[in-house]
Design a protein around this ligand. Structure first.
Ligand SMILES: Nc1nc2c(ncn2[C@@H]2O[C@H](COP(=O)(O)OP(=O)(O)OP(=O)(O)O)[C@@H](O)[C@H]2O)c(=O)[nH]1
Ligand SMILES: [Mg+2]
Ligand SMILES: [Zn+2]
Length: 246
């Protein structure tokens, strides 16, 4: 299965790709790596942007294992540009925030209005959550195309390996720190701080890795706690039912 994560060029060609844009992409890419699907970053709305290539350049720094395509989803472009993934027997899924053009891409592949689309909101350039459930379409050549509802926020849980794949260079450095529990802050012998001082890694990217790794740990531990509460609740219910049956 292959997967495409995208991010948006807003009205007047503004791309929401600062730290938050990069962080959003990294979330999707980490998820794809964890699930062992091949992510492709599709930058839509290139027709609304003066300099789409600079954004493609920025997006390509996310991971050297991810391809970036810049396109106008409303044109004929997607058919040719996505042809190498949209093959017989393959499944592609469009993921991303509401309004980025997932359903527009689906329609472009089918050259027909198979999916509903709607203009983004004028005031804040946000999407309207037009697609409300996952929808699978099959192309004539036998490729399965999955349209998905735009996600408000993608939180990562159980994606430790996926995050490590996105930040592979930083994780490798972390392994060289003097202390195994180094927080990569002010600890002596921190390989990450050393690298940062030499300008070998990007400070913002490091901050994003710390944020995602902390978020993953927090979500994984609250999930484990919830599971254990559910387990004891089940046990209690079973015990009560057993007693009642007697
Ligand atoms: N100019 C231009 N407009 C686009 C492009 N891609 C999408 N749009 C427009 O952006 C708006 C939102 O597109 P949708 O395809 O509905 O977005 P979506 O990602 O499916 O949104 P949800 O279903 O809400 O998650 C529509 O008005 C599209 O016509 C593009 O490449 N260029
Ligand atoms: Mg949609
Ligand atoms: Zn360190």
């Amino acid at each position: 299965m292959e997967l495409a994560a995208d991010f948006r060029i807003g009205k007047s060609g503004r791309i929401s790709c600062g730290i938050n844009g990069a962080l959003t992409l990294e979330r999707y890419v980490a998820l794809a790596f964890e699930a062992e699907v091949m992510p492709v970053i599709l930058l839509t709305k290139a027709d609304l942007c003066d300099d789409p290539e600079s954004y493609a350049q920025a997006a390509s720094t996310i991971s050297n294992r991810v391809l970036v395509e810049v396109l106008n989803a409303l044109s004929e472009e997607p058919v040719a540009r996505l042809a190498s993934w949209c093959k017989p027997g393959q499944t592609i899924a469009f993921l991303g925030s509401s309004g980025v053009g997932k359903s527009t891409l689906v329609n472009a592949l089918f050259r027909a209005g198979v999916a509903d689309t709607a203009a983004i909101r004028e005031d804040d350039s946000k999407g309207r959550h037009t697609t409300t459930r996952r929808q699978l379409h099959f192309t004539a050549n036998g490729c399965a195309v999955l349209d998905t509802p735009g996600m408000r926020e993608l939180q990562l849980t159980d994606v430790e390996a996926g995050i490590a794949d996105v930040f592979v260079d930083i994780v490798a450095l972390a392994g060289q720190c003097r202390f195994s529990d180094c927080r990569h802050d002010t600890e002596p012998g921190c390989a990450i701080q050393g690298s940062l001082e030499r300008g070998e890694i990007d400070r913002d990217r490091l901050a994003r890795w710390k944020k995602l790794a902390a978020e993953e740990r927090f979500n994984a531990s609250s999930l484990a706690k919830r599971k254990s509460v559910e387990k004891s609740l089940h046990k209690m219910i079973n015990a009560v039912q057993k007693k009642n049956r007697k």
